[in-house]
Design a protein around this ligand. Structure first.
Ligand code: FE2
Length: 262
């Protein structure tokens, strides 16, 4: 059988509990599963957005690429850094004048890898282009054409939109995973076109919160009380992720396995 490699995709890192478990667990997790390339969604590292220091921390502790989402601009200190650090990707279907980039090609032990960040439109308050046509444009580039391994983080609210992307991207990507909803789905699979897929990776942050948020502040919102600023939940953390085993020669996936580390 041709040689395979393992790729790790880590769900949205939420606040200090998420950053702490990345620091304590990600290096060992990568060694244990012989991970050759790792993508971490970092758009909630500062709960709303992330700072340049937090992005550097994720890259130092094991992320090869950090992807973002609807909170890409929430902490504005990251804006100039997106042009300076090509290992951070904001959604590729943001307006063309937005800082940074939505996809790029990165070196790895299995050769060059194309990685793209996309954001959905259903239930998302973002003025974005179609993620479907943005994917087409990026995949038709010469750079993407030279990469057998193609990875996509689709940051979206609706399971239907993520599954639509799964079918639309079929046969053209190696792995496609969803982020944003912070609840890990149980549908990790390899499609009949050979793509590794999961609707949502889950999140990396406090176990006893509401999507990483302190429960009282979130419950208060649903009771209709005057809105408080969301605070990060405290306590023990979990790291949710998916491992994809891939063939670098064909760009196809062999296995997709969701994991939760506590
Ligand atoms: Fe998000």
């Amino acid at each position: 059988m041709p040689k395979t490699y393992n790729i790790l995709a880590v769900g949205d890192v939420c606040g200090k509990p998420g950053l702490d478990i990345i620091r304590s667990k990600l290096p060992g997790l990568k060694r244990h599963y012989d991970i050759s390339f790792c993508v971490v969604n970092g758009e909630n590292a500062d709960m709303r957005g992330l700072t340049p220091d937090q992005a550097d921390m994720l890259l130092t502790f094991g992320a090869d690429v950090v992807t973002l989402g609807n909170h890409a601009w929430s902490n504005r200190s990251i804006l100039p850094y997106l042009d300076d650090n090509r290992f951070i990707l904001r959604p590729g279907n943001f307006a063309p004048q937005a800082p940074g980039r939505g996809w790029d090609v990165f070196p790895s032990p299995m050769g060059n890898i194309f990685v793209m960040s996309l954001i959905g439109r259903l239930g998302m308050d973002s003025m974005t282009d179609s993620p479907f046509f943005a994917l087409d444009r990026a995949l038709s580039s010469d750079a993407a054409g030279r990469c057998r391994i193609r990875l996509v983080d689709f940051h979206a609210e609706a399971t239907s939109e993520k599954l639509a992307m799964r079918h639309y991207a079929a046969g053209r990507v190696t792995c496609l995973w969803g982020t944003h909803t912070h609840v890990q789905t149980s549908d990790a699979e390899v499609t009949r076109d050979g793509a590794g897929y999961i609707t949502d990776l889950g999140m990396t942050g406090a176990v006893d919160g509401i999507l990483g948020v302190k429960p009282e502040t979130s419950v208060d919102h649903f009771l209709g009380n005057p809105r408080l600023r969301y605070e990060t939940a405290a306590g023990a953390a979990k790291l949710e992720c998916c491992i994809f085993e891939v063939f670098p020669d064909s760009g196809k996936a062999l296995r997709a396995e969701a994991l939760r580390i506590t």
